[in-house]
Design a binder for this molecule. Structure first.
Ligand code: PLP
Length: 411
């Protein structure tokens, strides 16, 4: 990168790791053969794809035979929702999801509604946790699929997917986890889900590659038809180089986790890792990103009045990497551009839907007021951020908020 930047928009996408770029470059040169070709070169490419499949399966704690490569999280999610709807429409026509899902889920559900399915959108509380009473009442024999995100991309809430999965199975429904924001961060091993969707570019891997896991008994019809690749579950020649980069990114995540756990002091930004929250079973990382998050929220609170944290605050209930804050009396978009001028990159909500110019459906569902929604900023961190960047960000946010409040630029 040419200029010094502070990148805090990792929920939108992450900086590709150098090691991933190196692996992709090497693969672009050497793995050009079609993995479906029967000759030696094809077998070599197939072997490389197989290695990545095993790495991703191991991270999820599932059988690698269930991993299907796709073009990303959106395609994975569409395939599961539309594919289950198509395969099981004679069994039942009800689907359950939550009001705070990503548009990839919500739009797929709306599409099924237009085809005569009934979709129940669960209410959430002020922290983004779904109403489990409503859920249990909605679970009847007609439900074919429950689709819930493991981590919300705007406010970071860690949803209780294990519990919800057990309930779904008791009523005979399949369970799909949108793990795009959770993959590599939250422990999903043994969660029992029939489907899990993941994406490469949220974990320092390449864009345009993703995967989903489909368990042995999980019925769905493929979305993309053709040459029968991926055992007929997703046709089209595999994005070999992207898949290899994705595998490398997962491998790095695992290495980083081990390194962090064995040496708490590495990159220690000053505050004890996870000091205000117990090590959570769900939490996969050693605490470096969490300690940055805590440093950020403490700094913002100490330097700026009238702010509100959107989403839970306890480790394990909120993802280590996401912090959503409303700076009341300002406009998030104005703060975003002021920070951009200082080389700091954040988001006002989810980048994936920001082109729609609408208000955040997540903050709305969590009961936020217009003032809170319009003044919200999402900081999303990664292992590449430093304590110095956090301190600089706190200083620049405080300056921007003070300037705009003084100007009364927003009423
Ligand atoms: N699900 C969640 C929770 C996301 O945050 C995103 C992207 O932001 C997606 C799905 C879509 O993934 P992709 O960008 O790989 O299509």
């Amino acid at each position: 990168m040419s200029k010094n930047i502070v990148y805090m928009d990792n929920s939108a996408t992450t900086i590709q790791a150098r090691e991933v770029t190196a692996a992709v470059m090497k693969s672009l040169e050497s793995d050009f053969a079609n993995p479906s070709s029967l000759h030696e070169l094809g077998r070599k490419t197939q072997n490389e794809v197989g290695k990545a499949r095993s790495i991703i399966a191991a991270e999820l704690g599932v059988d690698s035979k269930g991993i299907v490569f796709t073009s990303g999280g959106t395609e994975s999610i569409n395939t599961v929702i539309l594919g289950v709807g198509d395969a099981l429409k004679r069994k039942g026509r009800r689907i359950i999801t939550t009001k705070i899902e990503h548009p990839a889920v919500l739009e797929s559900c709306r599409h099924l509604e237009s085809r005569g399915f009934e979709v129940i959108y669960l209410d959430v509380d002020r922290c983004g946790f779904p109403d489990l009473d409503m859920y249990r009442k909605a679970l009847n024999g007609d439900v074919i699929l429950v689709c819930v995100m493991a981590v919300n991309n705007e406010i970071g809430t860690v949803l209780p997917v294990r519990e919800m999965c057990s309930d779904a199975h008791r009523s005979g429904a399949l369970f799909h986890v949108d793990a795009v924001q959770a993959f590599g961060k939250i422990d999903l091993t043994g969660c029992g889900a029939d489907f899990i969707s993941v994406s490469g570019h949220k974990i320092h891997g390449p864009k345009g590659v993703g995967a989903f896991y489909a368990g042995g008994g999980a019925k769905f019809n493929p979305l993309i038809l053709g040459g029968g690749q991926e055992k007929g579950r997703r046709s089209g020649t595999e994005n070999v180089n992207g898949i290899i980069g994705f595998g490398k990114a997962v491998e790095l995540t695992e290495e980083e986790r081990k390194r962090e756990k064995s040496s708490k002091s590495v990159n220690d930004p000053g505050s004890a890792a996870g000091s205000d929250g117990a090590e959570s079973r769900e939490n996969r990382n050693g605490g470096y990103v969490w300690s940055l998050r805590q440093r950020l929220i403490t700094g913002l609170r100490n330097n700026i009045g009238d702010i509100k944290v959107n989403g839970p605050e306890k480790r394990g209930e909120v993802s280590d990497h996401i912090l959503n804050v409303s700076f009341l009396g300002t406009r998030g978009e104005v703060i975003l551009h002021a920070l951009e001028a200082d080389g700091i990159y954040v988001s006002t909500g989810s980048a994936c839907s920001s082109n729609k110019r609408g208000q955040s459906h997540v903050l709305r569902a969590a009961g936020c007021t217009d003032r809170e929604i319009e003044s919200a900023i999402r900081f999303s961190l990664s292992r590449y951020n430093t304590a110095g960047e956090i301190d600089y960000t706190v200083e620049r946010v405080a300056a921007a908020v003070a300037r705009f409040r003084k100007l009364g630029s927003f009423r």
